[in-house]
Structure formats: structure tokens, C-alpha cells
Ligand binder design. Structure first.
Ligand SMILES: [Zn+2]
Length: 373
């Protein structure tokens, strides 16, 4: 038997080019989409008039409009930087939901040869270790990389322009529906052909994010992956059998910003039992192009759409309230994965309106409303 294996990305040189995984932390109270009690127009907030970042910015460049409020005292941080000369930094206990790792894995697989990344959404609690408090971080979710993630082979910019609005919307929606005190506690990004060690740019970015964030910890994770293709040829008598196997190996390395040491490795534990599971993000956040198209069509047909506020603990759905100049208001309830499932149309009294034709993902909400009129 002869066997030969080929590694697609064999040369793993140390990554020295600058990676800029994030521009600014997401403040927990940012209002990007809707305000409880005062539903906003869906179209306008999704397409903010004033972008946060210049398109070409790849360095942390903070817009004052969305800056988090200053932290009152560094002593509030459970994972506070160790004093100079301290032997080893006290890192946090980090628990990770398995679904979040799968989302990162899928995002990395879709990125080709480019860097990509996303925010970490999680909770932070204090835990007593016998001598001091330490931080216990539960990393519960992330945002699948969207079209506005500015990733190239040597760097990635996160949180700029519509990517930042998408992340703010996701965090706000998750906080509203779960009632959890979710924070933007870090970022992950991919090194396509590089080392899993943080680059100089990664270290600078982490330091700047730590100075800006109101979260008590800041984590950076670096994903590396390797495609392995293996071909086997086996000869027996007059027959040669050839098989080909492909594997895609991924690793995610976690670091915590610990002053004065900078980014230091932090151990993680995958924990599905004791950490809360987040619902999938709804379509109006993950598929902003579809949401904009739905709203454009509704407005063109005289409907004024507004998103119904999300209630903590209620079954999450995307409900559009539709006012109309020449008729009663309607509500349209879509699932989180619209347009996969049929939307439910209700009249002003909440009664479901049965439609004559079957739903398909090629149709738009406005097509259903034409049947109602
Ligand atoms: Zn990097």
C-alpha cells in the first residue's frame, strides 16, 4: 500500500501583518432597532444615515456617538490588571456554549482565504476562589459574519458601518428576549494561514478595547484551520483501489487581556448544561437585505411597518405592525427564519386571516396582503 498526504496550508509562518479585529465595543444599552413602548420604523434604523466608521478604517477609530459611558473605577473589575511585577495574571474562568463554537466554525469555513470574525456575547459573574473574587465568563453567542465584515488575507475590520449596527441590533435583541445582562465581552477572528498567536495589531487592539469597554473582561480568540487532503492507493493483483479523504481541522485559541501582561492564554470549558442557551438570531438582523426589501415593498404599497417590541421570556418572533391609510391595521408574525415558514397575518382584533394561496420563500409579505385587501 502506498499513502501520501498533502496539507493544503502547510506553511504556517508566524503572522506578522496587522490584524484589527474590532473597532469599538458594543455598549449594552445601544438602541439600534426598537425601543420598548415606542416601536421604531424598521427601515430607518437599519440604514443609519451617519456611518460610524470611514470605509477604509482598519485601525481602532472611535466615534464619540456610540462610546460607552466611562467606567467609574478600575477596582470594579473582578479581573483587574495585576500590578506591575506580579508573577502570573489571574485569568477568568471561561465557559463556552457549544453552539457558539459551531457558528464560528461555519463562519470560518465560508471565509475562503480571508480573515473574518465576530463579537462575543456573554455574561460575567464574580466567583470567590478562597482568597479573592475572580471573573466567571459565560460566552453564550456570537454573530455569524455578515457581508459588511471587512476581511482580507491579512486583517479584518469588525464593527464598522453596517456591521457595527448589525452587532448592536443583535446584542440588543438578545438582551430583550432573554432578559440576561449580556455584554460584548470580546471578539474572535481568523488567521487564515497564520499562527494562532496574537499579532502585534491584535495586542494593540485588545489593549484599546479594554480601555474602552464597560465589560469587566475582554477576551480575544483566534481561529486557525487546516485543510488536509489524503489519497490512498492500494494494489492487489490486477486491481488498484484509490480513495481520497478530506479533513478540515480547526482550532480556536482563547486569550484574555490582563494588564500589564497584555493578552495571556485563558483556559476554557465547553459547557452546555449550566449555561443558558440563546435563541437563534432573527432574520431581520441576520438578513438585513431581505428586511430592507420587505420594508421597501410594504411602503410602496401604502403600509407603514413598525417592529413590535420583544418581550422578555415570550416566544421570540418578528412581528410587524402595519398601519394603512385606507384600511384597518394588520399584524404579520414571521418566524425567526423568515422566509422559510409561512407568516401569520392577523386583523386588528388579533384574528388570523386565512390566505388562499400557499406560502413559498420566493414570495414577499406584501404578496400576502394583496390577498387580504
Ligand atoms: Zn489577528
Amino acid at each position: 500500500m502506498t499513502a501520501f498526504a498533502r496539507r493544503a496550508s502547510q506553511a504556517r509562518s508566524v503572522w506578522t501583518r496587522q490584524s484589527t479585529p474590532s473597532q469599538q465595543p458594543i455598549p449594552p444599552q445601544s438602541n439600534a432597532l426598537s425601543q420598548p413602548g415606542a416601536p421604531s420604523r424598521p427601515t430607518a434604523p437599519q440604514q443609519p444615515a451617519a456611518p460610524r466608521q470611514p470605509a477604509a478604517a482598519r485601525h481602532p477609530n472611535i466615534s464619540p456617538r456610540l462610546l460607552p459611558s466611562p467606567r467609574p473605577a478600575k477596582a470594579r473589575r473582578a479581573g483587574a490588571p495585576a500590578p506591575a511585577g506580579a508573577a502570573a495574571p489571574a485569568t477568568a474562568t471561561v465557559l463556552v456554549r457549544p453552539e457558539m463554537l459551531r457558528t464560528i466554525s461555519a463562519g470560518v469555513a465560508r471565509a475562503g482565504d480571508n480573515e473574518t470574525g465576530g463579537p462575543f456575547f456573554g455574561t460575567v459573574q464574580r466567583t470567590w476562589d478562597g482568597g479573592r473574587y475572580r471573573s466567571m465568563v459565560s460566552l453564550l453567542g456570537t454573530l455569524p459574519p455578515g457581508p459588511a465584515v471587512d476581511g482580507g488575507p491579512g486583517s479584518v475590520g469588525l464593527g464598522a458601518r453596517s456591521d457595527g449596527e448589525r452587532a448592536v441590533s443583535a446584542l440588543r435583541w438578545l438582551r430583550e428576549t432573554t432578559g440576561l445582562d449580556l455584554l460584548h465581552v470580546g471578539d474572535w477572528h481568523r488567521h487564515p494561514f497564520g499562527s494562532p498567536q496574537p499579532s502585534g495589531g491584535d495586542r494593540r487592539t485588545a489593549g484599546e478595547m479594554w480601555a474602552l469597554t464597560t465589560a469587566p473582561v475582554w477576551l480575544t480568540a483566534i481561529a486557525v484551520d487546516d485543510a488536509v487532503s489524503e489519497r490512498l492507493a492500494d494494489a492487489a493483483d490486477n486491481v488498484v483501489t484509490m480513495t481520497r479523504a478530506q479533513r478540515h481541522e480547526q482550532e480556536i485559541h482563547f486569550y484574555q487581556e490582563c494588564r500589564p501582561h497584555g493578552l495571556v492564554p485563558v483556559s476554557i470549558r465547553i459547557e452546555a448544561e449550566t449555561t443558558p442557551k440563546l435563541p437563534p438570531l432573527p432574520w431581520h438582523i441576520t438578513d438585513t437585505a431581505r428586511f430592507a426589501a420587505e420594508c421597501r415593498l410594504l411602503l410602496a404599497n401604502g403600509f407603514r411597518p413598525a417592529l413590535q417590541p420583544v418581550m422578555p421570556g415570550a416566544r421570540p418572533a418578528v412581528v410587524l405592525e402595519l398601519a394603512h391609510d385606507h384600511g384597518h391595521p394588520l399584524t404579520v408574525e414571521t418566524g425567526l427564519r423568515h422566509p422559510c415558514n409561512e407568516p401569520l397575518v392577523r386583523d386588528a382584533k388579533g384574528r388570523r386571516i386565512r390566505l388562499r394561496t400557499p406560502w413559498s420563500p420566493e414570495r414577499f409579505i406584501v404578496d400576502l396582503l394583496r390577498e387580504v385587501e
